[in-house]
Design a protein around this ligand. Structure first.
Ligand SMILES: C[S@@+](CC[C@H](N)C(=O)[O-])C[C@H]1O[C@@H](n2cnc3c(N)ncnc32)[C@H](O)[C@@H]1O
Length: 266
């Protein structure tokens, strides 16, 4: 019998919740620091207001953009549609507030001075990065021209000048990004959520890591393929600590850490 996607998703989440460690079972001081300072930091940073205002503006916009059909994240969204409402793009593609604020705190904690993002869309996650690290260099790659242009407008509205958008396919443009940013401190993988492309981007980015680099993968349990990709990534010999938050996976390469996988409820 074929299980519906919803049932699969509920079972997957239950499995994750059962596996998740409580703070009393996190013995690594490094991961405990992540838990306390990133996951559990409930402070309402004033910068959040900038994104909330912008998100609201996009959610109520009557404007349409021409959408290029890229990536796999189309399960609830008609990817073959040429013109789409901006508000539908925000709803289906942009990071949620919870994820965005988590990314913001991750940046505050680890202070990356160079950030690379695969998948800009309208720029919401890039804005969280930019607000958390206004002095850092941020490069974000997007294959859909109209989305990239709207993201540029949004960066201006948010008062951010440190984000560079590269337009084109990841497959072609990653090399250009590495010319400008040979050793990124943080890479956010948020486009083309399929097994083979995700592993291919991971392997390309792996050539450009240093021990302090952090990789963040969105939607690691979104499909069987993404779960398989995540398992390959976390088991990779160069990966030291992996943290499975269900909706996101975080990977650290620090040499001083012992190889260990953590599942934490978020
Ligand atoms: C989930 S959205 C990114 C959302 C964005 N990070 C945010 O939270 O605001 C993924 C984006 O990646 C782009 N994308 C997917 N596959 C791509 C590829 N192979 N090359 C370039 N862009 C791609 C899509 O056009 C889409 O805009």
């Amino acid at each position: 019998m074929i299980m519906s996607r919803q049932v699969e998703a509920v079972l997957g989440y239950l499995k994750h919740a059962l596996k998740a460690r409580s703070k009393y079972h996190i013995h690594s001081p490094f991961v405990f620091g992540f838990y306390q300072n990133v996951l559990k930091d409930e402070h309402t940073y004033t910068q959040y207001r900038v994104v909330n205002r912008l998100r609201k503006e996009l959610e109520t916009a009557s404007r349409f953009i021409k959408r290029k059909d890229l990536g796999a994240k189309c399960k609830d969204f008609p990817c073959d549609q040429r013109f789409v409402r901006v508000k539908d793009v925000v709803h289906h593609s942009s990071v949620t507030r919870k994820k965005g604020e988590f990314l913001f705190r991750l940046i505050l904690q680890y202070k990356p001075s160079s950030i690379l993002e695969l998948g800009t869309s309208l720029g919401i996650s890039s804005i969280y990065f930019g607000l958390a690290a206004p002095e850092s260099k941020i490069i974000t790659i997007e294959g859909c021209l109209d989305s990239a242009n709207l993201a540029r407008e949004n960066f201006l509205k948010a008062g951010l000048k440190n984000i560079q958008v590269i337009t084109g396919n990841f497959e072609e443009k990653l090399a250009d990004a590495f010319l400008e940013m040979p050793l990124p401190d943080l890479v956010f993988f948020d486009g083309n959520h399929r097994k083979e492309p995700t592993l291919s981007y991971f392997n390309q980015c792996l050539q450009h890591v240093h021990p302090g680099t952090i990789f963040v993968f969105d939607d690691i349990h979104w499909s069987l393929g993404m779960e398989e990709a995540w398992n390959t990534i976390r088991l990779h010999p160069r990966v030291k600590v992996s943290i499975d938050l269900y909706h996101m996976g975080i990977v650290f390469f620090r040499e001083e850490l012992s190889k260990e996988d953590f599942t934490i409820r978020f």
